[in-house]
Write a protein that binds this ligand. Structure first.
Ligand code: NAP
Length: 487
């Protein structure tokens, strides 16, 4: 079988490594960028840090003794993936600077076209195109008139000076919070525009000592115990249990921690009330930060809780009518999260067009397979677990599941495999009903919500997710033909 993997980020690299491990030598990875890394290649903003602990944000088969901090800085994550690419010789299999623009199922094979006009075909496609990669630009009047530097957090302009500059950060997601923390000590003036203040979860982010680093290098058991840290595992289980049951004790515990942190860390009562969210903790993705509250209490930092509606040549006109002048405006305004592989034109069997199937919202059986799109599998596809735990772990679980479907094809049990319409409909119905009960639906805006306001996430616990990924129920899949009859 010939495989095409789309995307050489964390998930695409995983698929390539695993296929090579299975002995597959007929595969190609298409990557639109100039190197691997996906989100970690694209995001290079100051303060970029992964909020999942370093040793958890690591492939289970490639533990990393070299993480220098408990929370990995973005550049170290990118360096880690580069090192994995080298070790597994992935360069040989990846075609860079080739964006797949079309993927059409014809005569039992996927026909691919790239932006440069290259054509290819494959028996199976693995879409590993990521979730958050289409920056969302805010619709703010006058934005084009600004004479200073203005850019989205995912498109950082490294030629723009920051030290001693007057900087505005728009947005209070994980990105805005990390940016404010990092730039508050560098800017002469930093103004943080928070349309919706966020609950902040305290987290330790410290450098490992030389003694610890030596232990990681010399003792694989120590590394292993950090990767599967029992305390962290039980915290994650508790966290996902809390998300799925907003009335649980576990949820109350989270609410107490973040409320106490706000009370303790923000000493000015006016500021404290100004930034107190009016929705429940974890309704939006929970933000972990060791130093954000400290940053916003610096003398050079101002917090404005408002929607930015007017940018002018010299700065931002606030709700108070005052023009604040800036040298740099950063749009930490997030992403369009429901695009996935699009704008790629994807056409399944019988001419089924993905854009039509996904007109209302992206759906996939267990986030992995779409009816009428045979032998097309997604890693980190729609409605998956996007809470505060490692997407690497999630992708590994999904791969273990996909591999079993591939085995059906490889061993000749069938020629085509995709979820049945019935399995898709039943799964999506159950998912939506449960999603409406999660904390994400408790009354806030967030990128987790679909166009109807329903959380586009895996709504059960992490344990449930792992159980679901153990073994495909083949009665939920439509299998066609016998691969032995392949022409
Ligand atoms: P985000 O969570 O979608 O946040 C976007 C922010 O921009 C929100 O605060 C939003 O306000 C605000 N905004 C949009 N338009 C605005 C306007 N006109 N005026 C004022 N504010 C405006 O985006 P993100 O921070 O880039 O994070 C997205 C996701 O990326 C995270 O949830 C996380 O999954 C991932 N991420 C992860 C890490 C990590 O450490 N692992 C780091 C960064 C990002 P509203 O809330 O009112 O809409």
């Amino acid at each position: 079988m010939r495989y095409a993997i789309i995307g050489a980020g964390m998930a695409g690299m995983l698929a390539a490594i695993k296929l090579l491990e299975r002995g597959c030598r007929d595969l190609i990875v298409y990557e639109k960028g100039h190197t691997i890394g996906g989100t970690w290649r694209e995001n290079t903003y100051p303060g970029l840090t992964c909020d999942v602990p370093s040793h958890s944000y690591t492939y289970s088969f490639e533990l990393n003794p070299d993480w220098t901090r408990t929370q990995p800085p973005g550049h170290e994550v990118q360096a880690y993936f580069e090192a994995v690419k080298e070790k597994y010789g992935l360069e040989e299999w990846i075609t860079f600077n080739e964006e797949v623009v079309s993927c059409v199922y014809q005569h039992g094979r996927w026909q691919l076209k790239t932006a440069s006009g290259r054509q290819d075909s494959a028996d199976a496609v693995i879409a590993a195109t990521g979730v958050l990669h289409h920056p969302r630009y805010p619709d703010i009047s006058g934005i084009d008139a600004f004479q200073g530097a203005i850019f989205h957090s995912a498109e950082w302009d490294h030629s723009t000076p920051l030290d001693g500059q007057r900087i505005a950060i728009i947005g209070t997601g994980s990105t805005g919070v990390q940016l404010v923390s990092a730039l508050s000590t560098r800017a002469s003036v930093l103004t943080h525009f928070q349309r919706s203040p966020q609950w902040i979860m305290p987290v330790e982010d410290r450098a490992y000592t030389t003694h610890e680093l030596a232990r990681f290098k010399n003792n694989p058991d120590v590394l292993q115990s950090l990767h599967y840290d029992e305390e962290l595992e039980s915290n994650i289980e508790r966290y996902t249990a809390a998300i799925t049951n907003p009335d649980s004790e576990a949820m109350q515990e989270i609410e107490t921690i973040v409320a106490d942190f706000l009370a303790m860390a923000v000493t000015d009562a006016d500021l404290r009330e100004k930034i107190r969210p009016d929705y429940r903790a974890a309704c939006k993705r929970l933000i972990y930060s060791p130093n954000f509250y400290q940053a916003i209490q610096r003398d050079n930092v101002e917090v404005l809780v408002e929607n930015v509606t007017r940018i002018e040549a010299k700065g931002i006109r606030g709700a108070d009518g005052r023009l604040r002048e800036f040298d740099v405006i950063v749009l930490a305004t997030g992403y369009k999260p429901h695009e996935f592989m699009r704008p790629m034109n994807i056409v399944g069997s019988n001419g089924t067009i993905l854009n039509n199937v996904w007109r209302d919202k992206p759906v996939a059986y267990l986030s992995i397979s779409i009816p009428d799109f045979p032998n097309f599998f997604m890693l980190n596809g729609p409605n998956g677990p996007v809470g505060n735990f490692s997407l690497i772990e999630i992708a590994e679980c999904q791969w273990a599941y996909i591999e079993q479907l591939l085995a059906e094809l490889e061993t000749g049990k069938c020629q085509e495999i995709s979820a049945t319409q019935q399995a898709m409909a039943e799964y999506e119905h159950a998912r939506v009903e449960q999603a409406k009960k999660t904390i994400f639906a408790s009354g806030c805006s967030s990128w987790y919500l679909d166009s109807k306001g329903v959380p586009a996430t895996w709504p059960w616990t992490r344990r449930d997710f792992k159980a679901a990924m153990q073994k495909p129920d083949l009665t939920h899949f439509l299998t066609v033909g016998n691969a032995m009859n392949r022409p």
